[in-house]
Design a protein around this ligand. Structure first.
Ligand code: SF4
Ligand code: SF4
Length: 244
């Protein structure tokens, strides 16, 4: 048990099914404190064919996370529509192919805990059993592994681990708060990817690094958002927390 939640290993099972015919359909897509990870934003802004700047302006708010001390981005719920998610419709999620990782993996949540004073992590999953969700009354049985495969979450896990890595470096560095300009740089590298690309392409990065970014790397970053996000997260980790 963990704070009232049952820990599940990858081959543990649970009963669940979610489909348009279920009485609670869409009930879970409102009044959410929905954090968006850097990779969630990449997928959503590309799926909606928006720049990261436009996506962030239209659909999100951001603040400094009290636990991490780093900028976090949340999806703005629609105040004039019972706090529903901006992407929910009568027929379901309008961004389904690019829906955020936490929506994909629901009713599970993935927990990654770094062991104290070690670089290794423990990974497990918990079931989020909410009273309004009738999916647990269905008879379809899943292992955690099967559910995650069916929801295509592996790249989300991989990219979210890079964010975890930044948070761990920050914790190891002993820094509690960043300066305003460091927070802005973090926001740019992790969330405002198209803005960060402009920074890379203008080669302004080279002025802040001992080693300028190589031409062939720049060419990849120009066209490949996933490579750019990986680069951005590695870069900001080194820039803010060194080798911590
Ligand atoms: S993004 Fe889609 S699945 Fe997630 S809360 Fe919004 S409508 Fe629901
Ligand atoms: S409340 Fe549960 S079963 Fe109902 S739509 Fe949401 S996830 Fe599916």
């Amino acid at each position: 048990m963990m704070n009232g939640f049952i820990k599940l290993a990858v081959d543990d099972t649970f009963l669940f099914s979610c489909h348009p015919g279920i009485e609670c359909f869409n009930r879970c897509c409102a009044d959410l404190n929905q954090f968006l990870t850097p990779y969630d934003i990449l997928r959503l802004k590309n799926g909606l064919k928006l720049s990261s700047g436009e996506f962030l302006k239209r659909y999100t708010t951001h603040h400094i996370g009290p636990a991490s001390g780093l900028p976090v981005v949340t999806l703005k719920m629609l105040e004039h529509k019972d706090l529903s998610c901006p992407f929910v419709s009568k027929t379901g999620c309008t961004v389904y192919v690019d829906r955020p990782g936490s929506c994909r993996i629901y009713p599970l949540a993935r927990i990654v805990q770094r062991k104290p004073n070690q670089r290794t992590c423990e990974e497990f999953h918990i079931v989020i059993r909410e009273p309004h969700c009738l999916g647990f009354n269905e008879s379809k049985k899943w292992t955690v592994r099967e559910w995650k495969q069916s929801q295509a979450v592996s790249q989300y896990d991989e990219m979210n681990d890079l964010l975890m890595d930044i948070i761990s470096s920050k914790n190891r560095s002993g820094r509690s708060r960043l300066t305003h300009s460091e927070n802005e740089l973090f926001y740019l590298a992790c969330y405002d990817l198209d803005g960060f690309r402009d920074l890379v392409l203008e080669k302004r990065l080279s002025k802040t690094q001992a080693h300028p970014v190589k031409k062939e790397v720049i060419e990849t970053l120009e066209v490949d958002d996933v490579a750019l996000l990986r680069f951005g997260m590695e870069w900001i980790k080194g820039r803010l927390f060194g080798k911590a």
